[in-house]
Design a protein around this ligand. Structure first.
Ligand SMILES: C[S@@+](CC[C@H](N)C(=O)[O-])C[C@H]1O[C@@H](n2cnc3c(N)ncnc32)[C@H](O)[C@@H]1O
Length: 297
């Protein structure tokens, strides 16, 4: 990251997030720091944002797909959590969408998150400073569905690490800003494991952030002036077309890919290794990939 971008980033971020990013960088960890320090992260502790993001992303894909007059065609109904067994890839430090799903009637919630620290999730501090305010927010958004004690007990007992040996066991697979972080050497194995566990009539929903994640500036930063052949920080650098090919190559059927956000690129500084890509592929920044296991006609 160049010095201007670094100053910009420091200036625009809450001190707690700056502290955690600096700590990660100084310790040169190649994994995510999900220690009890996450309590200081405005991003991870933002209960309103979690709910709003889920509702917003569903609204976006629904508005791009389906028949206005047929509610069954809408993804919102397919992604209802009620009675579903869900798997979230890379759920982050505090179980990602799990609380939202549990509150709305999910049966079981599996996660595959190599950096999750279970003792942090189960700590009293996280219970009081995250799950309790999140419960209040859920109750206001969706009505009184259960008491806090039941909600919390379900989070602790129903949210467990994924067992990739249980074929056809999952109704919904979801991920938010994860696929772009999985190393190139692992991504096929992960996608094929996801295919194995998804039920024949199950669905997936991946939101993928193809930006530079702040490295070298906003949007794509200095990504396109670097050699794409090398993985970059913790990004695999696959573009939308490659991600689609990887997902379909592992047997999934993509029903809809929605380019939610784009960003400008500077064509003059494009590194040789990016020159074979279509412009649409290079400018796609946030992409929502929705699909199923079986072919839906
Ligand atoms: C940008 S964070 C997103 C976290 C969370 N989904 C969110 O939206 O806040 C990327 C996540 O991907 C996870 N991740 C990295 N490699 C992974 C892998 N091989 N399998 C599953 N998750 C992985 C990281 O541990 C990290 O939590």
């Amino acid at each position: 990251m160049d010095i201007r971008t670094l100053i910009n980033k420091l200036w625009n971020s809450p001190p707690s997030d700056v502290f955690m990013a600096m700590k990660k960088r100084l310790l040169r960890r190649d994994h995510w720091n999900y220690s009890i320090d996450i309590l200081r992260s405005k991003k991870h502790m933002n209960t309103v944002y979690l709910i709003d993001r889920w509702e917003r992303l569903l609204r976006i894909i629904d508005n791009q797909y389906g028949n206005e007059n047929n509610a069954e065609e809408k993804f919102k109904s397919k992604f209802s959590f009620r009675n579903k067994t869900i798997l979230e890839l890379g759920c982050g430090p505090v179980l990602g969408y799990a609380p939202l799903a549990i509150y709305n009637g999910a049966k079981e919630y599996y996660y595959h998150e190599p950096s999750l620290v279970r003792s942090v999730v189960e700590s009293n501090e996280v219970k009081e400073k995250y799950y309790r305010p999140l419960y209040n927010e859920l109750r206001s958004n969706y009505g009184e569905k259960m008491s806090f004690d039941i909600f919390y007990e379900k989070i602790i007992t129903l949210c467990i690490p994924t067992n990739f040996e249980r074929q056809d066991s999952i109704d919904l697979i979801i991920s938010n800003s994860v696929l772009e972080h999985i190393p190139r050497s692992l991504i096929n194995d992960i996608l094929s494991s996801l295919f194995f566990v998804l039920k024949v009539d199950g669905y997936f929903f991946h939101s993928v952030d193809f930006s530079s994640h702040g490295i070298g500036g906003k949007g794509f930063g200095s990504m396109y002036s670097s050699n794409r052949k090398k993985e970059w920080e913790d990004l695999n650098l696959f573009r939308m077309s490659e991600m689609v090919n990887l997902i379909e190559g592992n047997g999934f059927n993509i029903i809809q890919s929605t380019v939610y956000r784009t960003a400008n690129i500077e064509n003059e500084s494009l590194h040789e290794s990016w020159k074979g890509y279509l412009n649409d592929d290079l400018i796609a920044k946030t992409v929502l990939l929705v699909g199923s296991k079986k072919l839906i006609r």
